[in-house]
Design a binder for this molecule. Structure first.
Ligand code: UD1
Ligand code: CA
Length: 463
């Protein structure tokens, strides 16, 4: 039996009060729709269709990296039942099964979807509704059961009687449908409710009236069924996702000193025996090897960090690589395109941009190194600056293996300091320094003997 996934993502998300479509709001580093798509991925459905409407072009553009998706546009958006109806032209084979997901229910787990599909097929039902009990069911559709305990209908919060509102079993909005009777019944939906919408939930009542089988799969916990309707939900669910990720990391051998303040995106991986301090933020596709130490207040975005690396407090690393055994910070800034070799050291208040540093090289204090290619075992003194920008263009600096750059030097690019060469402290280097040479480029010192006494004498004369 063939499985098709349909994801409803056309709604405006009024309660978000946002110019951005709700499904593109990020939750722990991934958009809501990305969360749902990656939950569905393991089911390997024959087709995945997104019903889009509000902000349709933005949604498509944001998902351009997933070329296999089909889209149908729902315009105007007349409710969840109307939304599913839009897929009729795409889903023709009436023997197939449809798994319906909402783009604003991001915590769902793949295993739950597999169970839902199995329960649906096992029961040979026309529809299977995923449900759970909530302590506070406010806002959700409620599952109304008949005297036999079978589901009779779903009633929305706004349309529910006082008695129905007391029901704690909620409709998750996730269903499995057999395609056979689906579209002919959807055509019968009426918008006779408080919102004037075509409610997908009314299908349950229509199916029962037609004698078609409707079953439920009730989960023990409703946590993964929580939907995002407002930014309050977004914050609440982010906490859940972060806690989940942190738990996976800790069970994988990573120490989190303060999990509550550790923000790790879904796609981040960290090796065992790495210790993460408080207020660390790890974003995007960051990977960190084992046995390392990331101290408080560090932010890494798309960073590739080797094994046994120490990153000290307050450092920021973006789109850069750090080799095994390196040490970075405190308060270092690695901007995009920086590559630190193994056992390098980049210390206090050092900024790198598009700069590579070979094995064992050091820049321990207060430096700006931009567009530089630095070899192995190079020592960059405190206060060194690569002057890489002439106001119009960027120029490269090359510092070869074993070179020593004295403190407070400026290297005016394009310029090369050769292998094992020295630059004297305080130099402004505008010409290449050949291998093994000493480059000195600073004013000569003059000492004026007895100058202080003479100055005092001049002062006394004047008064
Ligand atoms: C819906 C269910 C409710 C359930 C809850 C679970 C209905 C009528 N109600 O309510 O029983 O408890 O979800 O979270 O189905 N959408 C469209 N086109 C539309 C309207 C909505 O694509 O015309 C999409 C939205 O983008 C969203 C999803 O459908 O992804 C749910 O819509 P929403 O308006 O949030 O429904 P709820 O009021 O939460
Ligand atoms: Ca919703």
């Amino acid at each position: 039996m063939t499985l098709h996934v349909v994801i409803l993502a056309a709604g405006k998300g009024t309660r978000m009060k946002s110019a951005r479509p709700k499904v593109l709001h990020p939750l722990a580093g991934r958009s809501l729709i990305e969360h749902v798509l990656s939950t569905a991925d393991p089911l390997q459905a024959a087709s995945t269709t997104l019903v889009v409407g509000h902000g349709a072009e933005d949604v498509r553009a944001a998902l351009a990296h997933r070329p296999g998706l089909q889209y149908v546009v729902q315009s105007p958006q007349l409710g969840t039942g109307h939304a599913l109806l839009q897929t009729e032209p795409l889903l023709k084979d009436r023997s197939d099964t449809v798994l319906l997901l909402y783009a604003d229910v991001p915590l769902l787990e793949s295993g739950t979807l597999t169970r839902l599909v199995e329960a649906h097929r096992g029961a040979r039902a026309a529809a299977t509704v995923l449900t759970a009990e909530l302590a506070d069911p406010y806002g959700y559709g409620r599952i109304v059961r008949d005297e036999t305990g079978a589901v009779a209908r779903v009633v929305e919060e706004r349309d529910a009687s006082g008695e129905e509102r007391a029901i704690r079993e909620i409709n998750s909005g996730i269903y499995c449908f057999s395609l056979g009777p689906l579209f002919s019944t959807l055509h019968q939906l009426a918008a006779d409710n408080s919102q004037g919408e075509y409610y997908l939930t009314d299908l349950v009542r229509l199916y029962r009236a037609a004698g078609l089988g409707v079953t439920t799969l009730k989960l023990d916990s409703a946590d993964e069924l929580r939907g995002v309707n407002s930014r309050v939900d977004l914050a609440d669910l982010s906490r859940v996702i972060r806690a989940r990720k942190n738990r996976v990391l800790m069970l994988g051998g990573v120490t989190l000193e303060d999990p509550g303040s550790t923000y790790v995106d879904e796609d981040v991986s960290i090796g065992a025996d790495t210790v993460i301090g408080p207020r660390v933020i790890l974003e995007g596709r960051t990977t960190i090897g084992g046995g390392g130490r990331i101290h408080a207040g560090v932010r890494l975005t798309n960073a590739t960090v080797g094994a046994g690396v120490t990153i000290l407090d307050g450092s920021v690393v973006v789109d850069s690589e750090i080799g095994d055994g390196a040490s970075v910070g405190p308060y270092a800034h690695l901007r995009p395109g920086s590559v630190l070799g193994p056992d390098t050291r980049v210390g206090n208040f050092v900024e790198l941009k598009k700069t590579t540093m070979g094995r064992g090289s050091k820049a321990n204090h207060l430096a700006y190194l931009g567009d530089a290619r630095i070899g192995e075992r190079v020592n960059i003194g405190a206060g060194t600056i690569t002057c890489n920008f002439d106001g119009e263009q960027k120029h490269p600096t090359v510092i070869e293996d074993g070179a020593f750059i004295g403190s407070d030097s400026q290297l005016v690019a394009p310029v090369t300091v050769g292998k094992d060469a020295y630059v004297a402290a305080g130099s402004t280097i505008t010409q290449d320094v050949p291998a093994g040479a000493l480059g000195v480029a600073r004013g000569h010192q003059v000492n004026k003997a007895e100058w202080a006494a003479q100055r005092r004498a001049r002062k006394t004369e004047r008064s």
